[in-house]
Design a protein around this ligand. Sequence first.
Ligand code: SF4
Length: 358
Amino acid sequence: MRENDWKIEEECVRLASMPEALLTWYRASARELPWREDPSPYKVWISEIMLQQTRIEAVKEYFLRFMQELPDLMSLAGAEEERVLKLWEGLGYYSRARNLHKAAQICKEQYEGQLPEDMEKLLALPGIGAYTAGAIGSIAYHIPVPAVDGNVLRIFTRILADDSDIRKESFRKKIQRLLTDLMPREDPGTFNQALMELGERICIPGGAPSCEECPVAGLCLGRMEGNPSRYPSKIQKKARREEKLTILLMCCHGKYRIRRRPGRGLLAGLYELPSLPGHRSREEMTEWLEESQAPEVRLSELGPARHIFSHVEWDMKGWKIELSEEWGTDGFFASPEEIRERYPLPTAFAAYRRLIEE
Ligand code: SF4
């Protein structure tokens, strides 16, 4: 075990057979994925943004739906933002969808409706970081540039038996330089995809990389040490903050009250079901409704639900409030169809959203 004290030139020599081994394995066993058929810059871009933090199997359906409705960059640039968010519903991280939309509009205005074939210009677009630019550049435009994400960093902590904290920029840059030297010039995109596939199927996170199936096992120092899954080093994560909420499913003559969240912060600008802080008992709800001078209502308890975001966890309890007339101080009443088609309610509300009766 070591921490970043290996030399790029020496490792390049030691790992010289890695590209060929990896490519041979990948050509024989790559999965068929919708974005791999005809990997246009637009398809690579959309799929890579969708794949951030989401499993491949889950992304397939979203990708096909998105492509059916917005098949190219110009259609994305011309779409209403709300429509793009609706197509993104369920994938979470809605700022990514907003950035896609903004970037498409920039490409329409500045690059004749194409993603630029230039790393600096790609990196200047909203929502495109080094990894995504590397994926688009190498897969769609054959530019020899690595695409380094958490999967690639994990693989290399194992291959190099390196104890570094993979969140450190210095480690990422070093791997980026190593890969730039190592990658085959004639097919950088396939090399990057092979590494991605290795990280998703073989050198997986957690305790059980499938070393016996790994095409680069003979080069892996972590495996030779006998315990590759000790890499990457475990870094103490900050505990998530828990927030208790009472979700209000307010309905009146078949419509449901929704409101828009503030433009900044968690789930910025998206629609939501109204809520109150803390968990409210029946007595507290009745008191609150009386104090707020709600019209005649019927109150029924809904089950609990949880939703985990990266830094906060919602511990929710729900109440259905059936109103005799429309009432409330913020938001508006919308039909189930409008909620389904027009106003994206984030997955965080899924447990209550599914109780909305069509
Ligand atoms: S041998 Fe095992 S730990 Fe090393 S790269 Fe392959 S799967 Fe990962």
